[in-house]
Design a protein around this ligand. Sequence first.
Ligand code: UDP
Length: 320
Amino acid sequence: MSDFVLVPGGAGFLGSHLCERLVAAGHEVLALDDFSSGAAEHCDALRDHPRFRLLRHDITEPLPEDALRARVVCNLACPASPPQYQARPVQTVLTSVLGLWHLLEHARARGARVLQASTSEVYGDPEVHPQSEAYVGHVDPIGPRSCYDEGKRCGEAMCFAYQREHGVPVRVARIFNSYGPRLRPGDGRVVSNFIVQALEGRPLTVYGDGTQTRSFCYVDDTVDGLLRVLDGDTPGPFNIGNPAEHTMLELAEQVLRLTGSRSTLEHRPLPVDDPRRRRPDLTRTTATLGWAPRVSLEDGLRETIAHFRHVLGRDTPVAA
Ligand code: UDP
């Protein structure tokens, strides 16, 4: 069945990929974005599509008139890169909480379903490994990451509060380190930093000793997972990520190998509260939704490197 779908954050890295999938599935999509980390050109492929529109809007403001027909809301609004969300911590909290409140109020009034893009950051610096959805997390409520971590935790709390009190159908996905084409060169997250540095022949900036781990999920898999959560019958939360876990040193080696770059590694101080390790336990997601990621890190990095070569105007391979 086709719906009118509102996508706050629709011009972002994940949001723009999600909009393409929703339009391809026959839905009418209204994307909202304040362009704090998204960019209108991310939606270029959809710009002239009769079932797609993009409006500049900050969801901490009441929803625009045009949004009020939405029967489905996919909330991807909020910068996800640590340097970006930490640069405007008050706005990060407000987007995650006040912005979501506007969406949930809309859902309560209009009977809409809400998909909330939550995050593995709700687990903080985890003491349990891998992280299942039953793990309640280990977050510093006043640290530099707390504007995002606690904002997203409060977002989950508010989703479930609206479900309990008002019967709003909510769906919560906890996204683990997604990457792929349309990450921006200045994004600040590790995959884009390493690839841009490698392609430009600059040292790869490894924070700390590089033994901390992350589990990287290619964007097509992430978006596929989000759609499964949206279409599922239960609120979750559901982990959406790739369980292949890598140290940052391993990631740096892969990027150097796949780009053919001769860049060196340069160690920088580890950011405060940087989680030591992270890997999704997908037992619930796979059992309930039948979802698991398909794209290997190597294949995903190849696609992402091709994207950055194009964006940086380095379509010819760098010398090996
Ligand atoms: N990191 C790094 N070099 C960079 C950027 C990040 O070594 O140029 C590390 C960072 O300290 C963290 C990991 O890479 O341990 C993932 O960082 P990112 O900002 O991509 O996402 P996070 O999972 O921390 O939100």
